[in-house]
Design a protein around this ligand. Structure first.
Ligand SMILES: C[S@@+](CC[C@H](N)C(=O)[O-])C[C@H]1O[C@@H](n2cnc3c(N)ncnc32)[C@H](O)[C@@H]1O
Length: 550
């Protein structure tokens, strides 16, 4: 064992140093908040105003330590940034992440130039590494830098390796330890993170043999000198603490990151912070105003979804059952409306599965045999599923995955050039979306304004000749109005210097120049916007009440 592996091994096996022995709880959780050396090391990895954060005992019973803010913070304000200890890109079909710079390529923005992608614009393909044929890079220079900072050690041993991102993160960490690229202090702090291996073993009997074989294969491939038990703990650390490299708040991660600051933030389904990535940098922002002394909490996954979907996934991965108010309220609501209590969960779960199936089938059709995709047919299927899909009545409109299914169908219509159906369905989806504020809402608005912009660009679009449609002018009003609202949200979250704010600002200025009407933000504009919006919502079959008129 080399010195770095030894440092990791010694730390992960030490459960009773003098200063913390008495305070270890029944779960043998390391009380990080009492370990001053560890706290000061973790703080040194975070960029934040001096003294603005502290590590303390969590306010959530049995959750261990947590990260607390020590100053008042405005909504959208940047709380801290950091650069993760390790990042690892998702790979495989359709994955578009450069394993060095993680510039966003899958979304609507150009990865390097500050602008929206043009409709139909295709980016040059990523370069796949010639050695491992696994990781992809934007350019030769990204590849070179990735190579120099560690890929040279792993490239040769990845042939036939798992495409699962957590397993590859495990290989990466083991190799960086083997080659002494990581520092002793880093691996000691790594060893202190939660791993929940005992709980994994106890509760996930079925998948345990698979987890052991992952550890065995990792040891073999990387020639690590750590024991299988230690490698299992490292794998547990990765599973319990990794952040999805997510630049858009959409649960479509580009990869996996292990970050000491991020790993200290506990979960709540009604979070007060959001973690997004700017390239490889972690950014933690306030989702609402925070008072000095509050614990920072973020939603570990599937924030838009109901507890019936979210909780089992969180429990399987992080080994705890969330007990927050949102979970309780959601559960109470389902049972209150149910005629037969024993039906509630199975029926909800089977409806969720049936709705996800509609997305899968539609995608397959639209991508493989586009002529087979018929949106009316799929909407018919959705309506049929909804009718009896919920204990006590039809499936509630805002209960996921209904809004998500509609968004997916809208995107497929758009891909097929059926702009009118795409906009109509998207309006419904957005009206049903619960998260109509802040960052998640801005992501939905980006899609909405982009499809409206394509429509308004073509006043003589043949589909606009249909007299049952709202007028071209009305589409223009809601386009410019929502672009203005979107810009306001981004200003609030990213400030005028944020890249997304800048891109949307330029777009707004340009579109304002093309717009023949009152200036957005004025009373005259609001009157006109309200009238047009009412008409458009009526056309889309959406109740006015559902869409707050800004
Ligand atoms: C990323 S770590 C968060 C920091 C952790 N509390 C610590 O002391 O290091 C995730 C682990 O924290 C605990 N945890 C986080 N949020 C929780 C919650 N809402 N309820 C119970 N436990 C929670 C679980 O043990 C989970 O596996």
């Amino acid at each position: 064992m080399n010195a770095i592996e030894q440092a990791f091994s010694a730390s992960i096996n030490t459960m009773d140093p003098d200063q913390v022995n008495a305070s270890l709880d029944s779960q043998k959780r390391w009380p990080k908040h009492k370990d001053t050396a560890l706290c000061s090391y973790i703080m040194s990895t975070i960029q934040a105003p001096e003294g603005s954060l502290s590590i303390q005992e969590s306010t959530i019973p049995d959750a261990g330590s947590g990260l607390f803010i020590k100053r008042d913070v405005a909504e959208g304000e940047l709380i801290f940034t950091s650069v993760p200890l390790v990042l690892c890109a998702e790979v495989g079909q359709g994955m578009e992440a450069c394993d060095f710079c993680f510039q966003q390529r899958r979304r609507v923005f150009h990865p390097v130039e500050d602008r929206f992608l043009q409709p139909g614009e295709v980016l040059p393909p990523l370069h796949i590494c010639n050695g491992c044929r696994m990781y992809q890079y934007c350019s030769k220079s990204c590849w070179q830098r990735a190579w120099d900072t560690g890929h040279l050690y792993e490239c040769g041993l990845l042939a036939g390796a798992s495409t699962d991102v957590e397993t590859r993160t495990l290989y990466r960490l083991l190799i960086l330890m083997r080659k002494k690229v990581l520092l002793a202090q880093q691996v000691k702090a790594l060893a202190r993170l939660e791993h929940e291996v005992a709980n994994f073993e106890r509760r996930t009997k079925k998948s345990w043999p698979r987890i052991i074989s992952i550890a065995r294969e990792a040891k073999e491939r990387t020639k690590s000198e750590l024991s299988i038990g230690e490698i299992l703990m490292l794998y547990g650390i990765i599973r319990c603490n990794s952040l999805p490299v997510d630049q858009t708040y959409r649960n479509a991660p580009l990869g996996n990151a292990l970050d000491f600051g991020g790993a200290l933030i506990n979960h709540c389904c009604d979070p007060n912070v959001v973690i997004v990535f700017n390239s490889t940098q972690v950014q933690v922002r306030a989702l609402r105003k925070l008072k000095a002394g509050e614990e920072l909490l973020h939603c570990y996954r599937d924030i838009a979804y109901d507890f019936t979907f979210r909780n089992p996934r969180i429990a399987a991965r992080y080994q705890f059952r969330c007990q927050c108010d949102r979970c309780r309220e959601e559960s109470d609501r389902h049972y209150k409306e149910a005629k037969n209590e024993s039906d509630v969960l199975p029926l909800i779960l089977s409806t969720q599965a049936a709705l996800f199936d509609v997305i899968d089938v539609s995608k397959k059709q639209a991508f493989v045999t586009p002529t087979a995709f018929n949106v009316e047919l799929q909407l018919g299927k959705v309506n049929h599923i909804l009718k009896t899909g919920y204990a006590g009545g039809p499936w509630p409109n805002s209960l996921e995955p209904l809004p998500t299914v509609l968004k997916a169908l809208a995107a497929l219509c758009e891909r097929q050039g059926d702009l009118i159906n795409s906009i109509k369905i998207r309006i419904k989806a957005l009206a049903f979306t619960k998260w109509r504020k802040g960052l998640p809402w801005s992501e939905d608005l980006i899609d909405f304004v982009l499809s409206l912009s394509t429509l308004t660009m073509f006043p003589s679009h043949p589909s606009l000749r249909d007299t049952s449609l709202p007028k071209h002018k009305e589409f223009q009003d809601i386009f410019i109005g929502h672009l203005h609202i979107l810009h306001g949200i981004l200003l609030n979250f990213y400030g005028p210097q944020g890249r997304t704010t800048g891109i949307v600002h330029t777009f707004l200025q340009q579109e304002k120049g093309n717009y023949n009407g009152p200036v957005p933000g004025t009373r005259a504009f609001r009157r006109r916007f309200k009238a047009s919006q009412e008409n458009v919502l009526k056309w889309a079959g959406v109740d006015q009440e559902l869409w707050t008129v800004e």
